[in-house]
Write a protein that binds this ligand. Structure first.
Ligand code: G3I
Length: 349
């Protein structure tokens, strides 16, 4: 038997054992002798390395090739949000989310599902009506239960509640908070857990990477939820950083204190934007930030993985929301790796 065939058969046998053990295999986990993928490098540390994606991009085959090979965790950027999944009350549409879950499955990737309870991207029927607390509670329970059941067994985790706090650590005055009070968070976690007891359940937010009032609010809430036995597994640090605001130097100690509560943490939406035009100096600084944040996660045992908020500047959300800013991701608009990509590889090596 030629050596290559033997090697292929061996790899197949190893993959079968890994699949049986629930470990991701396939393109994202197949060894390439020259250069392991980010996912493979992260797996050596018991971590994943993921990317967000969005449905319109999936027709771009050059894009999907890298998406399917370099990462082992995928997050739908929009497809599982309320406006997409329950566009009319009681009418559920899984088209967008299913497309991404199916793609991830074909590529042997896991899915971080995003997101069940948020104040943004809600359908008109939900935001245009005055709800009583009892009505809204029923609407929320039905949405969570139906969506989590639909994806039961197909996703690794859920961002159950997204962006619940203001920067000063006070509760954000959302539809949910104003109508239901802060108890909506524990309720959402309980309903999600009932619908899929194996999904890892997260609270997820931005501007909590450094210690400060907002991350303190999460710490206090997490401690309280743990003490009350509310089912809940982790905190997602979105990690939308900007060169002009400085690196969050307390990231590692902050991740550690949540580990101390017995919680997982994850960097869930990483990007590092800059004021355009990009320059070699800015790209070098950006690379250094990607290196540092990766090292911070690797240094904290329960920081389980890193997801970038899409992998290429071609599909970044930044320019539409922060005019004049961008170049935030490790691959440029032509899908060429930037210094940040190399920095990630080095940090994971
Ligand atoms: O669906 C419409 C489409 O019909 C229309 O033609 C098009 C024209 O602009 O807009 C489309 O909606 C856009 C939607 O993404 C889907 O592409 C919205 O305008 C756009 O605002 C929306 O942006 C998303 C943003 O969340 C909304 O807040 C981004 O793609 C998505 O990456 C971003 O993700 C959030 C996370 O969920 C939470 N954390 C912050 C992060 C970045 O904002």
């Amino acid at each position: 038997m030629p050596r290559n065939t033997t090697r292929l058969r061996l790899a197949g046998a190893v993959a079968a054992v890994l699949v049986a053990a629930g470990v991701a295999t396939g393109p994202a986990a197949q060894a390439s002798p020259e250069q392991p993928t980010l996912a493979q490098l992260a797996q050596r540390h018991g971590r994943y390395f993921g990317s967000a994606t969005d449905n319109p991009e999936l027709t771009d085959t050059a894009y999907t090739k890298i998406l399917g090979s370099e990462f082992d965790m995928i997050t739908p950027g929009n497809g599982m949000k309320w406006y997409a999944t329950e566009p009319q009350q009681g009418v559920f549409d899984w088209t967008a989310g299913d497309q991404i879950v199916d793609l991830a499955r074909r590529n042997h990737q896991r899915v971080r599902a995003h997101t069940l309870v948020w104040h943004s991207q809600l359908p008109g029927w939900l935001t245009s009506k005055q709800w009583t607390a009892a009505e809204l509670r029923a609407v929320l329970k039905k949405h969570i239960t139906t969506e989590v059941r639909h994806y039961r067994g197909k996703v690794y985790s859920w961002d159950v509640v997204n962006e619940a706090f203001n920067d000063d650590g006070s509760y954000r005055e959302t539809l949910w908070y104003k109508t239901l009070g802060p108890g909506y968070i524990a309720d959402a976690l309980r309903w999600a857990h009932q619908a899929d007891p194996h999904a890892r359940l997260y609270l997820n937010d931005y501007n909590i990477e450094a210690t400060g009032p907002k991350s303190d609010a999460y710490y206090a809430l997490a401690k309280d939820l743990r003490a009350r036995g509310v089912p809940f597994d982790g905190i997602g640090f979105q990690t939308h950083l900007a060169l002009q605001y400085g690196y969050p130097t307390t990231l590692k100690e902050n991740l550690s204190r949540f580990s101390g509560l017995g919680l997982d943490t994850a960097l869930t939406e990483v990007d590092v934007r800059m004021q355009l035009p990009a320059s070699d100096a800015k790209l070098a600084e950006q690379a250094d930030w990607y290196r540092q944040l990766t090292e911070a996660c690797l240094a904290v045992r329960r920081c389980v993985g890193i997801t970038i908020w899409d992998y290429t500047d071609k599909y970044s959300w930044i320019p539409a929301v922060f005019p004049g800013e961008g170049a935030a991701l490790p691959w440029d608009e032509q899908l060429h790796p930037k210094p940040a990509y190399q920095a990630l590889r080095e940090a994971l090596s």
